[in-house]
Write a protein that binds this ligand. Structure first.
Ligand SMILES: Cc1cc2nc3c(=O)[nH]c(=O)nc-3n(C[C@H](O)[C@H](O)[C@H](O)COP(=O)(O)O)c2cc1C
Ligand code: SF4
Ligand code: SF4
Length: 416
């Protein structure tokens, strides 16, 4: 059976599935139950020297059709429980589950003294690492913390250095996606001495407006504020950010992948794109701690079926294939081909190609006949196969000889 043991910059866990710092890691009661369910690690709900005050209400869900919570938005802040209570519960969890990773997420004001004070206070109990919350985009950022740090590479480097001066365990820097190019933030964390980076925290958002009351959602006594967006909808953004950092030689530290991970498949994609482990929040808020059992089974079966001995053998395997647009082969040509036996004549491909692609699906006059692709004019954009409701009905087929390659970089001699 495949080995799922994982180590993020020396923080070991029996599997690569961690809970992200969020409501599921708010208390010892929850983290104990999560560990009993099988989670390999937990990043505790962000700790501060003094508790903050939260608002009610604080979450909003984004449903698409019948699918609930494709995304969610929150205006919750960090922990609102006293530090000593959190620390006592961390110690209890560590004593009960010594093999699991417990990482303390930290946030405080931007002074060296305050960061040292927080690190010293938290190190009075055993934690396996620190995660610096430079990502929370609401509330704390307006007080100069969270993403206010994560959006400023100089501050990222400075604060990371302060923490490294004081810490005796590995330091992970959690990055905000609310930035133009996450690599600059990751490089700054590395310059400051980060042992690993994690990404992403939530994306600035407003989930919606109630069309009856005209109030923003969620509202607090008639007013709202921008919040943090997460859940399955953000996975592509997170995956791109993980991949861009994994392929950047100036980053070069392990990455903990966060953002929309709901299944073992999502996790495997993050590993292939360079993440050493994954952290999960929204999927647990939606379905509970029990989802980890399927994640462990699914990943184990996937690895076993391919004869892969360890989950670590997946890490970064797709990264060399994630290149600049300038390095894509312009000679590669595919076209769509419709299987008339599978087609149910719903016309979706025809409408998509006619209105939004290249007008190259022909609809025979006889309604009994199936649509046909004019392969000479098809540009192989994939749209028809994406809208087709029947699996494998439209195949994308390679039509170039596969013997030549030429890239935009070669064409224009673009420097790399
Ligand atoms: C309600 C809520 C509260 C959160 N609180 C924190 C927090 O205290 N510290 C932190 O670093 N991230 C916090 N996050 C962000 C998550 O840890 C995670 O980065 C984000 O939700 C993306 O993962 P997901 O798509 O699996 O939810 C919070 C997220 C939610 C939804
Ligand atoms: S791949 Fe694009 S261009 Fe080709 S038939 Fe489908 S929609 Fe039209
Ligand atoms: S979308 Fe698929 S099933 Fe519908 S007409 Fe086109 S090929 Fe046939």
């Amino acid at each position: 059976m495949a080995d799922l043991r994982s180590s993020l910059a020396g923080i070991r866990s029996p599997n690569p599935f961690w809970l992200a710092s969020a409501p599921p890691t708010n208390s010892g009661y929850q983290v104990m139950r999560a560990f009993a369910a099988g989670w390999g690690g937990a990043v505790w709900k962000t700790l501060a020297l003094e508790p903050i005050v939260n608002v009610t209400s604080r979450f909003g869900g984004y449903d698409v059709g019948a699918t609930k919570m494709i995304g969610m938005n929150n205006i919750e802040l960090i922990t609102d429980r006293p530090l000593d209570v959190n620390l006592r519960e961390i110690a209890e969890c560590k004593a009960a589950y010594p093999d699991r990773a417990i990482v303390a997420s930290l946030m405080t004001d931007c002074t060296r003294e305050r960061w040292h004070e927080l690190v010293h206070a938290v190190e009075t109990v055993r934690v396996d690492g620190f995660e610096l919350n430079f990502g929370c985009p609401h509330g704390m950022s307006e007080r100069g913390m969270g993403s206010a740090v994560g959006q400023d590479p100089e501050l990222i480097e400075t604060v990371t250095r302060w923490v490294k001066e004081a810490a005796h365990v590995p330091v992970v820097v959690k990055l905000t996606p609310n930035i133009t190019d996450v690599r600059y933030a990751a490089r700054a964390a590395v310059r400051g001495g980060a042992d690993a980076v994690s990404m992403i925290n939530t994306i600035n958002s407003l989930i919606g407006v109630d069309l009856d009351s005209w109030l923003p959602i969620p509202h607090v006594d008639g007013k709202s504020s921008h919040g943090g967006y997460c859940g399955p909808a953000v996975k592509p953004i997170a995956l791109n950010m993980v991949g861009s950092c994994a392929s950047d030689p100036q980053v070069g530290v392990p990455i903990s992948g966060i953002g929309g991970v709901s299944t073992w498949r999502d996790a495997a994609e993050f590993f292939l794109m360079g993440a050493t482990n994954v952290q999960v929040c929204t999927a647990v808020m939606h379905h509970g701690f029990r989802i980890v059992a399927d994640m462990i089974d699914g990943l184990t079966n996937y690895l076993d079926a391919r004869g892969i001995a360890s989950v670590n053998d997946l890490i970064g395997k797709t990264v060399p294939r994630f290149v600049s647009w300038n390095d894509l082969n312009l000679d590669y040509q595919i076209v769509a081909r419709i299987d008339p036996d599978a087609c149910i004549n719903c016309n979706r491909c025809y409408i998509a190609c006619e209105d939004a692609a290249h007008q190259c699906i022909e609809r025979p006059a006889d309604p009994a006949l199936k649509p046909v692709v004019d392969e000479e004019h098809c540009v192989g954009c994939n749209l028809c196969s994406m809208v087709c409701p029947i699996e494998d009905c439209i195949e994308m087929v390679r039509v170039d000889a596969g013997t030549t390659s030429h890239t935009w970089r070669e064409r224009l001699s673009v420097p790399s």
